[in-house]
Design a binder for this molecule. Sequence first.
Ligand code: 3PY
Ligand code: MG
Length: 261
Amino acid sequence: MEKVLSNPLKDALKRGKPQYGCWLNSTTPMMAEIAATCGYDWLLYDGEHGPNDTQSLFHQLQAADGYNSHAVCRIPENHDATFKLVLDMGFKTIMVPLVDNKAKAEAAVRAMTYPPVGVRGVGALVGRATRWNSVADYARKVQDTLCLVAQIETVEAVNNLDEIASVPGVDVMFIGPADLATSMGFYGDFNRPEVLEAIESTIKRIVKLGKVAGAFTMGDLSRQCLDWGALFVSVASDLLVYKQGLSDRLARFNPKAKVEY
Ligand code: 3PY
Ligand code: MG
């Protein structure tokens, strides 16, 4: 079980240790707990592209507590009220989609920080983050244990990379290849050479700027991103592994089985 006022993922990244993650879109506590038994450094609960709501995020977080995989929450948008909800639940690492410029990065940092610096509302004493008022001094001590992962996934964000990296409180800059490819005009196709070149050069620039680089990857791209200097890399997706595993199993016995759409 992870201590309330600690963030082993952030600590490991500071030490330059690669952290391998799994993307979870299945939205159920049982699937989250199964994933937590596999030894990933982090599990991402996807509030942007999965049918998650506040309750499902909360119950997955509870189910997978007690294992060693750090919980990361991707929120649906860069919105103050959403940060507040998931931070009060006890998520400490928050991924924010579409951080395209400095103003959006600063807004995310403010949403994760208590006044007078930021705008996070004070209510964690009735939340799981403080184990319901069991952790004294939470508000004063929590900030260093929070980790902000800003998604770099548009041409605009790549163009504004230096400015975004200059914002204190942005801990990780994380490439979303699908949105980046689409923003470059190649609808979702992140295997195109132009997109792979953009991913490589962006990771290398992030590292040069002194920030931790990350990327959503699968298969060969995971290895390449690690070789290019990324430390925070997703290497699996629960739903894609599930579907592939079920299809492969059936194909051994009935290679012709398929469903028409
Ligand atoms: C993307 O590829 O756009 C992501 O955000 C990763 O899911
Ligand atoms: Mg994306």
